[in-house]
Design a protein around this ligand. Structure first.
Ligand SMILES: Cc1cc2nc3c(=O)[nH]c(=O)nc-3n(C[C@H](O)[C@H](O)[C@H](O)COP(=O)(O)OP(=O)(O)OC[C@H]3O[C@@H](n4cnc5c(N)ncnc54)[C@H](O)[C@@H]3O)c2cc1C
Length: 478
C-alpha cells in the first residue's frame, strides 16, 4: 500500500490498545479522548499531506526498498541530493506550519549502525532492521523515537547508578528474544504511533553492556505503558487566539518498560557497547541537520511576525526595527547555510546513505537556537507590551466591546484593527503563552542541548592543525 489517508491512520490507531495514562487516569482509547485532539489533528494533517494534490510531491517518494510510493516520514535518503530535498521540504513547510515531525530521522541512524555491527560481528541486525523498515513503508506506519533515558545522576554512567533501571536495559536473553526493563523519557507523541523505536542516548563502556540496546516494539506491547502529558495547546476552539497551538503540539510521555519481551527479529542492538559511540556520531549530524533546518524556518516565522507587527504599528521603517529584523534574517541564513554545507560535506556510508558533517551541522544549530531565544525577546519588544495586556478573545468577539477595542487598539490608520489583533495574538502565543514555553524548550532541548552542539563541534574541529599553521606563521611569516 505505502500511503495511508488520515482516516485510515485514525482507523489503525483504533485497533491498537496501548496502556496510556493521561490527566491522572488510565484510558482505553486515544482517538476520541479530548486531551489527544490537538496532537491527533497534527498527525492526521501529516498523513493528509501525502494525498493533498498541492503537497504530495513534497511528501511522497519512490522507495527502492519496496518499489512503491512511500511517505516522507518512512523514506530512506540515499544521496546528498535526497538530503537536500529533505531539508528543502522541512524549511518550506516549517516556515508555514511550524512542524513536519522531522525528528523521525532515527531510521537513517539505525540503518547505518546496524550495518556496521553486522560487518564487524557477522550479526543480522541490518537484515532485521531492513525488514522492519519495509513493514513501516508498506503499511505507512509511524514510530516514536525513544532515545532519552531518565538518566538519574548525570555525572555517572548507567551501570553506576544506584537504581539500575534509570537507563533502559536488558534484564534477560533467551532463544526467543530479550526482556528489557526501565524507561525512556520525553517520548513525543508515543501513544499516537504504531511502534516504539528504542536506542541508547549516549556512548557506553563495557560495564554498561546491558544498556546497549535497540529494538522496535508495537506500541501496545504487554508491559509498556505511557504516562502522558497533554499538548500545551488550548482545549477550547478559538477564532483569534492560539493560531498555532490549536493544531500544533505533541503529547509527551514517560515511557515505562516493565519487563517487556522483544522477539529477536525486532532487536537491532544487544550488548554491542563498542558501537554506541559511533551510533552517536550518526545520530548527532542527522538530528542537528533536521533540527537546524527547523530552527532556521522558525526564525523565518519570527522575522515575518516582527515585520508584520512593526507594519501594523507604523514603525516598520524605524532604523532599530529594521536592524533587529535584519539580525533575524542573518541568523536564518547562517542556519540554513550550515544545513546545506553539512550536506555538501557529507560522506557516503558503506550502507548506501550519506552522513552529514557533524561539526557544521552542530555549529549551525547552536547558532540558530541561541539566536532564536534572543529573538523571542526582540519580537516582544517590536510588538510592544500590548502582547501581554491586550483584551482576550472573548472580549474581542463581544459585539458591544468589539467597536471600542477596534477603535483603541488601532495602529496604522490604513490597517484594519483586526489584522493588528491577529498578529498580536500570534506573537502572544509565540512568546507569552503556555505553548511558548513548549516552543522554547523544543528549540533549546529537543535533539540535544546547545552544550552537546558545542561538544560535537569541538570534538570534530582540528585545533592542532590550526596551532601548526599559527606556529608556521610565527616562525616563517605568511
Ligand atoms: C519538546 C521536546 C521533545 C522531545 N522529544 C524527544 C523524543 O521524541 N525522544 C527522545 O528520546 N527525546 C526527546 N526529547 C529529549 C531531548 O533530546 C532532551 O531534552 C535533551 O537531549 C536534553 O536531555 P535532558 O532534557 O534529559 O537534559 P538533562 O540531562 O536533564 O540536562 C540538564 C542540564 O544538565 C547538563 N548535563 C547533563 N548531563 C551532564 C553531564 N554528564 N555533564 C555535564 N553537564 C550535563 C545538560 O547540558 C543540561 O544543561 C525531547 C525534548 C523536548 C524538550
Amino acid at each position: 500500500m505505502g500511503i495511508k489517508t488520515s482516516q485510515e491512520y485514525l482507523g489503525s490507531l483504533r485497533e491498537l490498545k496501548p496502556c496510556v495514562y493521561i490527566a491522572g487516569e488510565k484510558i482505553d482509547n486515544v482517538v476520541d479522548h479530548p486531551l489527544f485532539q490537538t496532537s491527533l489533528k497534527e498527525m492526521s494533517k501529516f498523513y493528509g499531506w501525502q494525498t493533498d494534490p498541492e503537497k504530495r510531491e513534497d511528501f511522497t517518494y519512490f522507495s527502492p526498498l519496496i518499489k512503491e510510493t512511500v511517505g516522507f516520514w518512512n523514506h530512506l535518503r540515499q544521496s546528498p541530493e535526497e538530503l537536500v530535498k529533505l531539508v528543502e521540504v522541512i524549511k518550506k513547510h516549517n516556515a508555514r506550519h511550524f512542524c513536519t515531525m522531522c525528528m523521525g530521522i532515527g531510521l537513517s541512524v539505525l540503518w547505518a549502525i546496524t550495518y556496521d555491527i553486522d560487518e564487524a560481528r557477522g550479526t543480522e541486525y541490518h537484515k532485521r532492521f531492513r525488514r522492519f523498515f519495509e513493514v513501516l513503508q508498506r503499511e505507512d506506519l509511524r514510530y516514536c523515537l525513544g532515545v532519552m533515558d531518565p538518566k538519574g545522576d548525570r555525572s555517572m554512567p548507567p551501570s553506576r547508578q544506584k537504581d539500575p533501571d534509570l537507563h533502559l536495559r536488558i534484564v534477560d536473553r533467551n532463544e526467543k528474544g530479550i526482556t528489557v526493563n526501565g524507561a525512556k523519557i520525553h517520548t513525543s507523541n508515543a501513544p499516537l504511533m504504531h511502534y516504539f523505536l528504542a536506542m541508547p542516548c549516549r556512548a557506553l563502556a563495557e560495564d554498561d553492556r546491558d544498556y546497549a540496546v535497540s529494538f522496535a516494539l508495537p506500541i501496545d506491547a504487554p508491559g509498556l505503558s505511557f504516562i502522558t502529558r497533554p499538548a500545551p495547546g488550548p482545549l477550547a476552539p478559538a477564532k483569534y487566539e492560539n493560531p498555532v497551538s490549536r493544531t500544533i503540539g505533541f503529547v509527551e510521555s514517560l515511557s515505562v518498560f516493565d519487563n517487556v519481551f522483544v522477539p529477536w527479529e525486532d532487536v537491532f542492538m544487544c550488548g554491542e557497547w563498542e558501537f554506541t559511540e559511533q551510533l552517536m556520531n550518526y545520530f548527532s549530524p542527522y538530528v542537528r541537520l533536521v533540527k537546524g533546518t527547523c530552527t532556521s524556518a522558525r526564525i523565518d516565522i519570527l522575522a515575518g511576525a516582527a515585520a508584520l507587527a512593526a507594519r501594523c504599528n507604523g514603525v516598520e521603517k524605524a532604523g532599530h526595527i529594521r536592524s533587529k529584523i535584519t539580525d533575524m534574517m542573518v541568523a536564518s541564513e547562517i542556519g540554513w547555510g550550515c544545513v546545506l554545507g553539512s550536506i555538501q560535506q557529507s560522506t557516503m556510508h558503506p550502507s548506501g546513505i550519506p552522513i552529514p558533517d557533524v561539526g557544521i551541522s552542530n555549529a549551525g544549530l547552536y547558532n540558530s537556537r541561541t539566536r532564536f531565544t534572543q529573538f523571542m525577546g526582540t519580537i516582544m519588544e517590536i510588538a510592544g507590551g500590548i502582547v501581554t495586556t491586550m483584551p482576550i478573545e472573548s472580549e474581542y468577539t463581544n459585539e458591544d466591546l468589539r467597536p471600542i477595542i477596534d477603535k483603541y487598539l488601532k495602529g496604522k490608520a490604513e490597517i484594519p484593527t483586526e489584522e493588528r489583533m491577529r498578529i498580536l495574538y500570534l506573537i502572544q502565543e509565540l512568546t507569552a503563552s503556555r505553548w511558548s514555553g513548549y516552543l522554547m524548550s523544543s528549540v533549546i532541548c529537543a535533539g540535544g542541548t546547545p552544550e552537546t552542539n558545542r561538544v560535537d563541534v569541538a570534538r570534530n574541529y582540528d585545533l592542532e592543525d590550526k596551532i601548526r599553521n599559527v606556529r608556521l606563521i610565527c616562525e616563517h611569516g605568511c
